[in-house]
Design a protein around this ligand. Structure first.
Ligand SMILES: *Cc1c(COP(=O)(O)O)cnc(C)c1O
Length: 400
């Protein structure tokens, strides 16, 4: 707040301003950068204050399992970027999804989950939520009739991820939000691939956004973390889950993610620009059969992505001529790109989905989902595109 008046300069601020300034809580030390509050607990000034803070009658820090100023600063800044009433930081992306599910579902509820979500998300719903009496249906992301047909009187949650990994399929968030509303269910969107820099699901009608902060929010592959965002009433439930069950974000990780948010939009713009350039170039390379990137005008999700996203993100995939052997030869022939399943890093990463991220699916399931044996996924980093092109050429030359 300004010394001269009570006007909050961030009240009507733009995304770039919020990314570097939202959520700051300065201490009496006068520090400029946000501090890391490496403390597990907090001192009460009196017994009466301790009682009031414990009961929640007075807000304030109690214990870092559920109140930490560094985590709060991260939460408030991410909430400002997503346009959410509130955010809750978690230990990982998976614990964000778990926290949302545990806080907002009960035994007897039914969840419709996109078939094309992160594989561990499929396991979380299919292996664990079902153990506690939650029914789960899986529907291909783009099968709108399938989603409609899957709805039941007890459907409480729709869960999807757009754009999808690795084929960049794009779901219509506003239409899915309408479907959820028609059935009194909540729409949860995993916004990990776009981040609020490119896509804001809550503004399109989604109820909850979840993140793996591990990816683009960190942006440099250092920390594991996540977040859940949405209306205050829902986030109160998520905080209660966190307080009770403990999948908490650490203060140090919160600080890394907080600093990541400051450069998020610039990085997402650069990832997107380079990915588009590489995708266009890949389409012209002999030995490349098909390129999947929503920024390409012939991608089926292109028009929708243009409407719903401000750019197309950093992840693309393509098929090399041949089968699995050719894809493996290609990957083993590259020298610059990092061969790892992670994404959202300044360093470009390359992986063979059919035998890694999607290796637990049966051949029939992979065929249905379009995860071809010759498919290679690249998460484009921040290197010079010409060096990435040289590396692709090295990979193509190794096929034979
Ligand atoms: C990585 C990832 C997750 C899980 O996040 P972790 O931080 O690894 O637990 C969830 N959703 C998507 C889309 C992801 O890429």
């Amino acid at each position: 707040m300004s010394k001269q008046n009570d006007q909050d300069p961030l009240a009507a601020a733009q995304l770039d301003t919020l990314a570097v300034r939202a959520g700051i809580q300065r201490t009496a030390e006068g520090e400029h950068a946000e501090p890391i509050f490496a403390t597990s607990s907090y001192i009460f000034s009196s017994a009466a204050e301790a009682a009031a803070r414990f009961s929640g009658a007075v807000s304030g820090n109690v214990y870092s399992r559920y109140t930490n100023p560094s985590v709060r600063t991260f939460e408030n800044r991410l909430a400002a970027l997503e346009g959410a009433e509130a955010a809750v930081g978690t230990a990982s992306g998976m614990s964000a999804i778990l926290s949302a599910a545990m806080a907002l579902l009960r035994s007897g509820d039914h969840v419709v989950c996109s078939r094309d979500v992160f594989g561990t998300t499929t396991n979380l719903f299919g292996r664990y939520m079902t153990k506690f009496g939650v029914e789960v249906s899986a529907v291909p992301l783009l099968d709108v009739d399938g989603w409609r047909a899957a709805m039941k009187p007890n459907t409480a949650m729709l869960f999807l991820e757009t754009p999808s990994n690795p084929l960049c399929e794009v779901a219509d968030i506003a239409a899915m939000a309408q479907l959820a509303r028609d059935h009194n269910a909540l729409l949860v969107v995993d916004n990990c691939f776009c981040t609020p820099a490119l896509q804001r699901p809550l503004a399109l009608g989604a109820d909850i956004v979840v993140h793996s902060a591990t990816k683009y929010i960190d942006g440099q592959g250092r920390c594991v973390g996540g977040a859940v965002l949405g209306r205050q009433e829902h986030m109160d439930e998520v905080v209660t889950f966190l307080r009770t069950c403990g999948p908490t974000m650490s203060a140090f990780n919160a600080w890394v993610f907080l600093k990541g948010l400051e450069t998020l939009r610039l990085r997402m713009a650069a990832h997107s620009r380079s990915a588009l350039e590489l995708a266009n170039w890949l389409q012209c390379q002999p030995g490349v059969d098909a390129v999947y990137y929503a920024g390409l005008t012939d991608h089926p999700g292109h028009a929708l992505a243009r409407r719903q996203q401000s750019a197309f993100g950093g992840v693309l995939s393509f098929r090399v001529a041949g089968g699995q052997e050719a894809a493996w030869q290609f990957i083993d022939g590259t020298r610059l790109m990092s061969h790892t399943a992670n994404l959202g890093d300044a360093k470009t990463t390359i992986v063979h989905p059919a035998t890694t991220t999607h290796g637990r699916l049966s051949q029939a399931q992979r065929d249905q989902a379009g995860i071809h044996d010759s498919l290679v996924r690249i998460a484009v980093g921040l290197e010079d595109v010409s060096d990435l092109q040289d590396d692709v050429l090295r990979g193509l030359a190794a096929i034979g």
